[in-house]
Design a binder for this molecule. Structure first.
Ligand SMILES: [Zn+2]
Length: 229
């Protein structure tokens, strides 16, 4: 598995001349994930997905992650660092413009729902400019934020960074019911601990299975993009 940050420029140049590897950019966030998960959760998950892709396909280079995203809805909780939709959109546009000088194809792997719109707008702009860029996000199903799904994923990825003893249910109503309040007042308006869902019962095997499935979907999607599926 190849990480861009570990290479020298001649190494990158040699790879790029050999038919064009794909640059995979993990797009995460720095935002609260309840009292039991670290603020890097979405970034950690995006990195794991991109690295899983690079483990499965030979010609993938994993970029350093974009660790800041659009997380305004989490602002009511300490530690959240959001750059907002516009800044994320222009960050991605500039990053891919720069990266596509070396890599003929770029894929953005975003693990934070709040990034969806700026990511889509950046891709639209870059495609208009004729660049080969595409975005992919996992669809986990399950609960929305810092619940069983993300807690299981983190137990699979970095168990020492999960405070299982502090994992408690948050707002468990269906997301459709919560949405109007969420739009109005952010997560603070609907959940006291920052959790949407119920992390109790989360476990590493479930997280490993979820990751495995998502990486499989990502690999198939990239193969289709490259036209070799
Ligand atoms: Zn998350």
């Amino acid at each position: 598995m190849t990480r861009l940050a570990a290479l020298t420029w001649p190494e990158v140049a040699a790879r790029a001349s050999g038919g064009g590897p794909v640059l995979a950019v993990p797009v995460g966030a720095t935002e609260q994930h309840g009292p039991h998960l670290p603020l890097s959760t979405d970034t950690d998950i995006a990195v794991a997905l991109a690295e899983g892709l690079a483990d499965a396909l030979p010609d993938i280079v994993v970029a350093p992650p974009v660790a800041y995203g659009s997380s305004g809805e989490h602002q009511g909780f300490a530690g959240t660092l959001s750059i907002g939709q516009e800044a994320l959109e222009s960050l991605l546009v500039e990053l891919v413009r720069s990266g596509s000088a070396t890599f003929p194809r770029v894929v953005l792997v975003s693990a934070h729902g709040g990034n969806a719109q700026p990511v889509a707008r950046a891709v639209q702009q870059l495609r208009y400019e004729g660049r080969e860029v595409s975005a992919w996000s996992p669809r986990w199903g399950g609960d929305a934020h810092a619940g069983r799904t993300e807690t299981s994923l983190m137990l699979a990825l970095a168990p020492h960074r999960v405070h299982v003893e502090r994992a408690e249910p948050g707002a468990t109503a269906p997301i459709g019911e919560l949405l109007p309040h969420l739009r109005q007042g952010g997560l603070r308006a609907v959940t006291a601990n920052g959790v949407l869902g119920d992390p109790t019962g989360a476990n590493a095997p479930e997280g490993t299975a979820l990751l495995h499935r998502a990486v499989g979907e990502l690999v198939a999607w990239v193969r289709r993009l490259k036209g070799d599926a």
